[in-house]
Design a protein around this ligand. Structure first.
Ligand SMILES: NC(=O)c1ccc[n+]([C@@H]2O[C@H](COP(=O)([O-])OP(=O)(O)OC[C@H]3O[C@@H](n4cnc5c(N)ncnc54)[C@H](OP(=O)(O)O)[C@@H]3O)[C@@H](O)[C@H]2O)c1
Length: 324
């Protein structure tokens, strides 16, 4: 099968399109015939050698990509929940061999049936970014209906889901993005939008219940601005786990009796199922910025590395009409 592999860490040139042996599922895994793979910043962070958290987990050579949509080709001997031919989406074993390939294996409990109303390309854009948003705003942010949430990075992969999930939950959503994305942010359902380049959110807001920080900057001064707008007892959630809160942030949180959470994505099939339902009910839409063929993975990575993607980037591995 074809796969995009790396044998060394480095720039886009280390990614090679290779012919390799199809993986075999372990007893608790499924083999998925892939139609599409989502692209996430983690892909090129790993391509570059990872960060302090990921580096010890990486083994070369490696097939990149951890967002899969496709059809179950084979099931491991212990797998009960899927049968051959099921259309699924989910997360292959992270950070083992991934989904920039014609086939991948993954733990069966990292997959569910894909939403029925969307294409494989759209489905591949969902798992990691949406689960990161879900983990952050609900599991750690404890966001409730009627609460006010401020979302940084609100128009990126993670942020676009966070805005829509928070709205679906009945929260009041304030989204932060650059000027060119403010209309898109309203389209996502944000109640208020703030341009981070020309407006100072800390002078406009107060008593916010939850701040969900999914912006790419690793900057504790930015976090201090977020703590300023929290209500007493509020929660600051950051997804940038590779960049710890410093003492200033911890002190500012303590003064407010507020909580600070640094969050790694959790892959739970019950959440993937709820997300699929929200998508099929039309409450959450998938916004794909661009679809690339497998051969153009380098262009896709360079675009992701800009940190200014609106919605998601996807690698198309097979055409939808190849299902038959
Ligand atoms: N902990 C985890 O498990 C986990 C999982 C996934 C992602 N992450 C992290 O989550 C963050 C977002 O990931 P993503 O996939 O959503 O990235 P993404 O799709 O590239 O989105 C980045 C967004 O950030 C905004 N942005 C860029 N520069 C900014 C700035 N200076 N100030 C404020 N916003 C800015 C961009 O909006 P504009 O174009 O409008 O500037 C863009 O929409 C990354 O830091 C990533 O490493 C963590």
């Amino acid at each position: 099968m074809k796969a995009i592999r790396i044998h060394e860490f480095g720039g886009v040139e280390v990614m090679k399109l290779e012919e390799i042996v199809r993986p075999v599922p372990a007893p608790d895994e499924i083999l998925v015939k892939l139609f599409a793979s989502g692209i996430n910043p983690a892909d090129w962070v790993i391509r570059n050698g990872g960060n302090d958290i990921l580096r010890p987990l990486l083994k070369l050579p490696l097939t990149l990509g951890w967002d899969a949509a496709g059809i179950v080709e084979e099931t491991g001997s212990e797998v009960q929940d899927f049968k051959v031919g099921d259309e699924v989406y989910g997360v292959p074993n992270f950070p083992g061999d991934g989904s920039y390939a014609e086939y991948c294996v993954g733990k069966a409990n990292g997959f569910v049936l894909k939403p029925e109303t969307i294409s494989f390309n759209e489905a591949a854009a969902v798992p990691l970014a949406s689960l990161t948003a879900w983990t952050g705003i609900f599991e750690f942010g404890k966001l409730q209906s009627g609460q006010r949430v401020l979302i940084h990075g609100a128009t990126g992969g993670v942020g676009s889901f966070a805005v829509q999930f928070a709205k679906a939950k009945g929260a009041y959503v304030i989204g932060v993005a650059s000027a060119r994305n403010l209309d898109y942010l309203k389209q996502l359902g944000a109640d208020e939008v703030i341009d981070y380049r020309t407006q100072k959110f800390e002078e406009m807001l107060h008593d916010i219940d939850v701040v969900f920080d999914a912006a790419p900057h690793r900057d504790n001064n930015e976090r201090l601005r977020s703590v300023k707008v929290l209500k007493e007892g509020g929660i600051l959630v950051s997804v940038n786990i590779d960049f710890p809160f410093n003492d200033d942030v911890l002190e500012a949180l303590a003064e407010k009796k507020a909580k600070g959470e640094q969050v790694a994505v959790q892959v739970r099939n019950s959440w993937l199922q709820e997300i699929a339902q929200l998508i099929d009910e039309g409450k959450v839409k998938i916004f794909i910025n661009k679809v690339f063929p497998l051969e153009q993975v380098a262009e896709a990575h360079l675009e992701s590395e800009s940190w200014h993607v609106r919605g998601k980037l996807v690698l198309e591995i097979r055409k939808e009409h190849d299902k038959a």
